[in-house]
Ligand binder design. Structure first.
Ligand code: ASP
Length: 341
């Protein structure tokens, strides 16, 4: 799979070939709409989105529901012990607790989330149960764990030896300073020096063969965060938003800035106003820059979006953001996100 992986720099050539940017769609809007043969399609954040998309694709290619696809997809990095930013094996908070944040949203506007939940690998599945089995949208901490256990999930220890080692290293200096764009070190966490750490979330958006959209977002959050800290990822409107009439968006990066701008909701609303997915993501990133120009230079935030026609795009503050795309034509496409800096 790795050998076949194509890494495409967004640009004119990629644009024409793949037909995903604004200019091209603006020029050939009718063709693009006719060309919704890309449906079904799934996209997700970062390199680890490739493997996740493939799990989602198994469902989508059999005309399955986008909701089932995104849940199955993000379960892949959740279960990957080498992935130190999502699910089991995620880096802990500064007190040594691995606390997970996740949310899911379907084509009918139903949504569910778990916040700062410990001991359950598949936070996304618990979030889905919150959506489907409770009158609530969010369950947090102990309550989320209690609900999961009552619904048949097993209590697990999510702190791997490697993550524990990284945490103990970090404690020596105990400096909370998120490091950008080292996500390609995901798969060798032992190489991270003690004062460095990582933060990357899987956000996944799917459009199924029925034309319905759903999204999922799951993370262990910022490594060595304060105990109880919750980021953007489980917050509907911040880390994820789906409007089946318009499109869907998700985010990754320093969650505090995404929450402040209600980022994913903003991206969807911009698409409603007619912006392409990429331009909507760019506008949302620019909003962060405008509000906090100095801070924006130091942190990473990336948005990923797809509209109802299956057109997609992304934009980030910094270089280094990538997203994976999977449809009938190609199951393992990885694209470099454009960035402000
Ligand atoms: N957005 C996540 C959080 O703030 C982290 C990330 O995606 O990098 O928890």
């Amino acid at each position: 799979m790795i050998n076949r992986r194509k890494f495409i720099q967004q640009g004119v050539l990629g644009t024409v070939a793949l037909g995903f940017t604004n200019e091209i769609y603006a020029q050939s809007a009718f063709n693009s709409i006719v060309k919704t043969a890309t449906k079904p399609i799934v996209i997700s954040t970062w390199d680890f989105g490739i493997a996740a998309n493939q799990a989602a694709w198994k469902i989508l290619k059999q005309n399955g529901r986008a909701l089932d696809a995104v849940e199955a997809g993000v379960k892949v990095p959740e279960a990957d012990l080498k992935n130190v930013t999502v699910g089991n094996g995620g880096y802990p908070d500064r007190d040594g607790h691995v606390t997970l944040d996740a949310c899911i949203m379907d084509e009918n506007g139903n949504c569910g989330a778990v916040l700062a939940m410990e001991h359950i690998t598949h936070a996304i599945s618990v979030a889905r149960l919150v959506m489907e089995k409770t009158p609530h949208v969010m369950l947090a901490g102990e309550g989320a764990l209690q609900f999961a256990l009552e619904n048949g999930f097993q209590k697990e220890d999510l702190l791997t030896k490697e993550s524990e080692k990284a945490w103990k290293e970090w404690l020596k200096k105990a400096e909370y300073k998120p490091i950008m764009n080292i996500e390609n070190q995901h798969f060798s966490p032992n190489k991270l020096p003690g004062n460095q750490y990582n933060h990357d979330t899987i956000g996944m958006l799917a459009l199924d063969s029925q034309g319905n959209m759903s999204g999922a977002c799951t993370t262990s959050g910022m490594a060595f965060k304060m105990h109880g800290r919750v980021g953007d990822s489980p917050i509907i409107g911040a880390g994820l938003y789906v409007d089946n009439e318009v499109g869907a968006a998700t985010s990754t990066g320093v969650g505090e800035e995404v929450v402040r701008t209600v980022g994913s909701f903003l991206v969807v609303e911009l698409m409603r106003q007619g912006y392409s997915p990429e331009d909507a993501c760019k506008k949302a990133v620019q909003r962060i820059v405008k509000k906090k120009p100095e801070k924006a230079k130091e942190i990473q935030v990336g948005f990923l979006a797809m509209n109802k026609q299956g057109q997609y795009g992304a934009y980030a503050l910094q270089q280094g953001f990538s997203f994976a795309v999977c449809n009938e034509e190609q199951q393992d496409l990885l694209i470099k996100g454009k960035s402000i800096y």
